[in-house]
Design a protein around this ligand. Structure first.
Ligand code: ATP
Length: 359
């Protein structure tokens, strides 16, 4: 099922939780809403489930408005962070619950419960009580319970946040596998960028009630359209500068630390802005794009002093100081030496790794 959110807004008193948000979740897609706490992600999810009515705009399932359809008639499945399983029922009874409510025949119910438990690899524990399961297993039962009703869309609200780090990784892989096996349309809400980057077909990034960018994990990471997205997803160094020259293929930026040359295509995501000489821009450079070099050059070389080096064997993380005191983060893979505080380093960055930001 395809879900469309068109110009949707939702306020609680004076708080604008969701502000004129528009996006589509394609049929069979695993779509993520990602953003800091309080940005409105859960409110969007609850608007789709029908727990809230929008103040403006439409929620459409397969191009039909469901604004007036109550939650129990929307055929959505939900998975919450706290599992919400019935402790007095077995695993199988928990999964069957949604089918009992829908009056499904006994034979069909047994078949569907068996299939759903097989999908989440919990068939062997069907007769256990949820109290005898680990957190990860309980969350898999919650997934089976949501999948068994064949929902048009499965809504997952921070489903891994109650699990410890190892289980979180395992369950992440489980959900990805289940999605690729079932092609179930899913909306997954989280503030964990690693979850979103590693699992999503596409990500919608929210900030203060607004949807600020939608794209694949690669697009969001490599071509963020604003300083907010660049900063929220992964780590980013920001260097301010003035455009010196623009050619068809390159943009040359004068900064306090030397000339930086970026590919003109890095502006694609901000095509609403035409860069001209003297315009103020921010160059975004990821730490992994900034590496120590023995060479020197007039462009894309930055001189800095090591403030702290953390050697981890396969990788070395650096915090460096620029001449005016600004901090810079860089890293080196397969490091040959352990750098010392106070050491002078020259760092280099490829033109394709400089992200030009104008807002
Ligand atoms: P988190 O990651 O912390 O769950 P979120 O991005 O999901 O945050 P929402 O829960 O959608 O954010 O909340 C968005 C804003 O709306 C917040 O300022 C929140 O305090 C407010 N809000 C959410 N639900 C209600 C409610 N039922 N009544 C009043 N205010 C609410």
């Amino acid at each position: 099922m395809k879900v469309s959110i068109q110009g949707v807004s939702k306020s609680f008193g004076k708080t604008v939780a969701v502000d004129n948000v528009t996006f589509d979740i394609r049929d069979g897609e695993l779509f993520f809403l990602l953003g800091p706490s309080g940005c409105g992600k859960t409110t969007v999810l609850r608007l789709i489930a029908g727990f809230y009515a929008p103040n403006a705009g439409d929620v459409l399932f397969d191009s039909k408005s469901v604004n007036n359809v109550p939650p129990n008639k929307r055929n959505t499945g939900m998975v919450f962070q706290n599992y919400a399983l019935w402790p007095h029922m077995t695993v199988a009874e928990n999964v069957a619950y949604g089918l009992d409510v829908r009056g499904v025949s006994c034979d069909e119910k047994q078949r569907r419960v068996r299939d759903a438990l097989a999908i989440v690899r919990m068939a062997e524990l069907a007769d256990r009580s949820p109290t005898q399961l680990s957190g990860g297993q309980q969350q898999r039962v919650a997934l089976a319970r949501a999948l068994v009703i064949n929902p048009g869309i499965l809504l997952l609200d921070e489903p891994l946040s109650n699990l410890d780090a190892k289980l979180r990784l395992e369950t992440r892989e489980e959900i990805t596998r289940i999605h690729s096996e079932t092609r179930q349309t899913m909306l997954y809400v989280t503030h964990d960028q690693k979850e979103a980057l590693s699992m999503a077909d596409r990500i919608g990034v929210m900030n203060a009630g607004r949807l600020v960018q939608v794209g694949t994990p690669h697009e969001i990471y490599r071509t963020p359209n604003s300083r907010f997205v660049a900063d929220f997803i992964g780590e980013m160094n920001f260097i301010e500068g003035k455009v010196e020259r623009v050619t068809e293929s390159e943009v040359m930026v004068a900064t306090a630390y030397g000339l930086l040359v970026a590919q003109a295509s890095s502006l694609r995501s901000t095509s609403d802005c035409k860069l001209e000489a003297c315009a103020t821009v921010t160059c975004g450079i990821r730490p992994e794009a900034l590496t120590p070099t023995r060479g020197d050059g007039a462009i894309n070389h930055i001189h800095a002093t090591v403030q702290r080096a953390t050697y981890l064997g396969e990788i070395e993380h650096y915090t460096l100081t620029l001449p005016d005191g600004q901090l810079l983060r860089a890293l080196e893979t397969n490091p040959e030496v352990v750098r010392q505080p106070g050491e002078k380093l020259t760092l280099t960055v490829r033109t394709e790794d400089i992200i030009l930001l104008t807002r």
